[in-house]
Design a protein around this ligand. Structure first.
Ligand code: ZN
Length: 72
């Protein structure tokens, strides 16, 4: 069984659109893109009413944990 690759992306360190390349395959992933052609959303973690973490899976199979939604 292939081991799942896990990455964590801090959205405060991406460009203003929040788009970033997949650390493994380089496909551009944009949280604003809801077509889910490049990635699919596995899980949303909420803190109160705010999104704290988004777990997505890239089409290449990498699991990417998006953090940094909450402004400090
Ligand atoms: Zn990928």
């Amino acid at each position: 069984m292939k081991r799942l690759m896990l990455y964590e992306i801090d959205l405060t360190k991406t460009d203003r659109t929040g788009a970033f390349p997949c650390p493994k395959c380089g496909a551009v992933i944009s949280p604003a893109d809801e077509s889910q052609n490049v990635y699919s959303i596995l899980e949303k973690k909420l803190k109160g009413n705010s999104l704290e973490k988004l777990i997505i899976q890239c089409k290449c199979g990498s699991e990417i944990h998006l953090v940094g939604f909450l402004k400090p």
